[in-house]
Write a protein that binds this ligand. Structure first.
Ligand SMILES: [Zn+2]
Length: 830
């Protein structure tokens, strides 16, 4: 360093010294110039690197997306030619992985750009801006003080020795010289300092640059090492794909031609091509399906598919959210159908509904029928035991839920337990199928009271539910009364009715089939036996009324099977049907049987009392039977000639359970009518058109019509739309599962009528201090009362608003003075 700047020489200030200083100065100026260019380009590199990084990242994102698509491709094929962790990866997963690794490289590149900033740009910038500039400032000071000194010095040198101010001039020159020397020293020292600093900074910066670059390279290498196995796998993928793609074109070409040749006979819908097609089991294709609207059937094209002994079809054609409906063929029969308006039709009869289908040509229809038949046969042979899970219970209505909570432990319907099954099987004759004799039959015909094998059960089902209502001992849910029918009848007794005139010895057209007989033979037999009743003993005019009243189920069945109208009058005096007689005699098994044979719940006796009125009188009515009757949607609140509806009769008899259940169903009916629930035909409107309406007195009709007006869209705003509202609304008086409310209801009722209620509410009465001593009902009390209607409504008010204190707890929409009564009342008083 002393070569450049030697502070000793400052005082001497020789020309070589000055030249050296000048050279250094020029050098520093050039360095500054150059540094500015370096900084400028370095900044460009940094921005460029950052941009490049961003572009690469965006690119990696796109690659990831592409990989994701590839990984989820609809025709995903799995190649497993590789071992190790990634063996099961698809090409798409590899692409996604590689894209992620690319992002790792970009992260490294970004930190490289950041490092360039700190190790290169920042130090060099500070060198150029601060240190070099400072050196320049010192040089200027040095030059300035030099000029001043030289000027004074030359003036001083020209003075004579006797000059007066010589001493003062000398002092000034000395001072200036000192200043000049100081500035010179300062400048030289700074110069030396900057020269050293500059060298260090530049070498450091370049070193930093190289190190950062190397770090980036290392990271890239690490990533490449990591992805090497993926690259190899992807390479193998590519090789596999390449071979396949090369042959794809030819393969598809051949397939296309083969398929075209195969289907050449299938285009013309009129051409019946009957080659091959036998033994098809898994068939699928389009069929036209008739909608279940009885009045205006619509035929829609639906895709059906037959597999695993089930028939499945798509409900919504051509939509992504198409759902499928599964038909369990074990319980179905299939047959050709001659329709007047459509050709090539066949139908599938299942326990739930009948599907009417149309094929596009003769061959298709043949194939479908044959395939379904094969499936049914296979299902019956192989699938009996495998299907041990019972059908799911029917979806419960809100009412049903309430019922379950109200009648805990009283399941309305349930699958049979082993004991019940044993009871049914122990009935004489039930050890073998009633029709073909196959042992251990598992299916029951409820309306006939017999057990049959699965094959015969399918034929029974095809007879229709009005002839034979089929249930499985294992798969279905049973109502309690049906168990009673099954134990009261049984194969032996029913055979005695339906096979009385059958003689095996005769060379008859019909022959009783055995377990091994052909399906057609069994079908013929069952149709002849139950549908055509070929072998039944003629009805000789027995006393049906007595049989009903005595609970003689076999006679009842004989009477029904010989084609008599179940709703014909059996007691001319009271105009009662068999059903009403059975209810009056508390013959619940007969009642259930008559209901299975479609006994009418709307037919009334001479007092215009329907079955529900009669039930309301009964004290021994099993609640499950009541619920299954209510499920058949009987008119809930028709008035009899005295204006009493079933509810008021039950209230009078203090049948708390009956009242509660009936109210729940009334409430349920109204909930169903709610437009939000999507039911097309409100029961009320349907009843308005029925014979029910025709039987009403003109006055009743008027009040019904006004109720209908209230139901119109304009009157609906007060209608309880939400269930929670309507619950509180209609059930506020009769709490569900709350015995106190029910007893309160009874209490109110009995205090109104001035009679004590039955012993069931006696303790409530005594608690409330009312007089329980007055007892004994007076049925004639309400009969023939001219003010019945008014009293009726006041009674209703009491029924509904039992406790004035409860009023504010009701639904906020229902103000205390609101006229809600008629609306609540009318659906119950069609
Ligand atoms: Zn059978």
């Amino acid at each position: 360093m002393e070569d450049v700047v030697n502070l000793e020489e400052c005082f001497l200030d020789s020309p070589p010294y000055r030249q050296r200083l000048a050279r250094c100065d020029t050098y520093l100026q050039e360095v500054e110039q150059c540094l500015r260019t370096v900084l400028k380009t370095a900044r460009t590199v940094i921005t460029g690197t950052e941009e490049l990084s961003e572009h690469y990242n965006a690119f990696a994102e796109c690659l990831t997306e592409l990989g994701r698509l590839e990984a989820n491709r609809p025709t995903r094929e799995t190649y497993q030619p590789f071992d190790g962790d990634m063996a099961s990866w698809t090409a798409g997963q590899h692409i996604m992985f590689l894209a992620e690794e690319l992002k790792r490289i970009e992260t490294a590149r970004k930190s490289f750009a950041l490092q360039l900033e700190t190790v290169l740009v920042d130090p060099l910038d500070s060198l150029a801006r601060t240190d070099l500039c400072v050196a320049r400032e010192y040089r200027k000071r040095w030059e300035r003080s030099g000029t001043e000194y030289l000027h004074e010095n030359s003036k001083f040198m020209s003075r004579k020795s006797k000059d007066a101010g010589l001493a003062e001039g000398a002092a000034e020159v000395a001072s200036l010289r000192r200043t000049y020397h100081e500035a010179s020293l300062e400048y030289a020292a700074r110069m030396g300092e900057v020269l050293g600093k500059e060298q260090l900074r530049i070498s450091e910066a370049v070193l930093g640059l190289c190190q950062s670059r190397m770090l980036l390279c290392e990271k890239e290498h690490a990533v490449l090492d990591d992805i090497a196995p993926n690259l190899r796998l992807l390479e193998q993928f590519s090789a596999t794909f390449r071979t396949r793609v090369n042959s794809l074109h030819d393969d598809y070409d051949i397939q296309r031609q083969t398929i075209m040749q195969k289907s050449v006979n299938r285009y013309n819908p009129l051409q019946a091509d009957t080659t091959d097609g036998a033994g098809v089991v898994d068939k699928s294709g389009y069929l036209y399906k008739r909608s279940s609207h009885a009045m205006r059937p619509v035929w829609s094209r639906r895709f059906f598919s037959l597999h695993d002994n089930c028939l499945e079809y798509y409900t919504m054609e051509g939509k992504n959210n198409a759902s499928t409906v599964l038909i369990d063929l074990r319980l179905c029969t299939v047959k050709r159908l001659e329709l007047s308006d459509r050709r090539l039709c066949f139908e599938i009869v299942s326990p739930v509904k009948t599907y009417t289908l149309q094929a596009e040509n003769e061959r298709e229809m043949e194939e479908w029928i044959r395939a379904i038949q094969t499936s049914i046969r296979e299902a019956i042979q192989g699938g009996v035991d495998s299907a041990a899970t019972p059908n799911p219970p029917r979806s419960e209505s809100p009412c049903q839920e309430m019922l379950s909570s109200y009648l805990p432990g009283t399941s309305i319907e349930a699958s049979l337990d082993e004991q019940q099954r044993r009871r049914i099987r122990a009935v004489p004759g039930n050890g073998s199928c009633a029709d073909c004799g196959m042992s251990d039959p598992e299916w029951a015909s409820l309306s006939l009271g017999i057990l049959v094998c699965i094959e015969c059960s399918g034929i029974h089902r095809s007879l229709g539910v009005h002839k034979s209502k089929v249930r499985s001992l294992r798969l279905d849910y049973w109502e309690p009364e049906h168990i009673e029918i099954m134990t009261a009848l049984g194969n032996e007794r029913v055979q005695a009715i339906f096979e009385t005139t059958y003689r095996e010895s005769e060379v008859a057209f019909y022959r009783k089939p055995s377990a091994t007989s052909a399906h057609e033979e069994k079908e013929q037999w069952i149709i002849a036996k139950y549908d055509l009743t070929k072998f039944i003993a003629p009805w000789t005019g027995g006393n049906v009324a007595r049989a009903v009243q005595q609970g003689d189920l076999a006679t009842c069945l004989h009477w029904l099977a010989t084609g008599h109208d179940v709703n014909s009058l059996q007691d001319e005096l009271t105009q009662s049907t068999a059903l009403l007689l059975a209810i009056d005699a508390s013959q619940w098994t007969v009642t259930a049987l008559l209901l299975l044979w479609a006994a009418s719940l709307t037919d009334c006796d001479i007092r215009q009392q329907s079955a529900l009125h009669h039930l309301a009188h009964s004290t021994t009515l099993p609640l499950p039977l009541l619920v299954s009757i209510l499920r058949r949607n009987p008119p809930l609140a028709t008035p009899d000639i005295h204006g009493d509806d079933p509810l008021s009769i039950a209230v009078r008899h203090a049948h708390g359970d009956f009242v509660t259940i009936l109210r729940m169903f009334q409430h349920d009916t109204r909930t169903v009518e709610d437009p939000g629930s999507g039911v097309k035909k409100p029961p009320l409107r349907r009843l308005l058109r029925g014979k029910f309406y025709r039987r009403l007195t003109p006055r009743r009709r008027r009040s019904l019509s006004s109720a209908m007006e209230e139901l119109s869209p304009f009157g609906r705003k007060h209608w309880p739309h939400r269930r929670s509202h309507s619950h509180t609304d209609s059930l506020s008086g009769v709490g569900i599962g709350d015995g106190t409310n029910i007893s309160r209801l009874k209490r109110e009722d009995s205090s109104r009528d001035g009679i004590a209620s039955s012993s069931r509410s006696g303790e409530d009465l005594s608690q409330s201090g009312e007089n329980p001593s007055r007892s004994g009902e007076d049925p004639s009390h309400s009969g023939g009362d001219p003010s019945q209607d008014e009293e009726d409504s006041s009674q209703y008010e009491k029924d509904t608003i039992l406790d004035p204190n409860q009023r504010p707890n009701q639904c906020p929409n229902q103000g205390p003075g609101r006229n809600t009564r008629p609306r609540d009342r009318e659906p119950a008083s069609e």
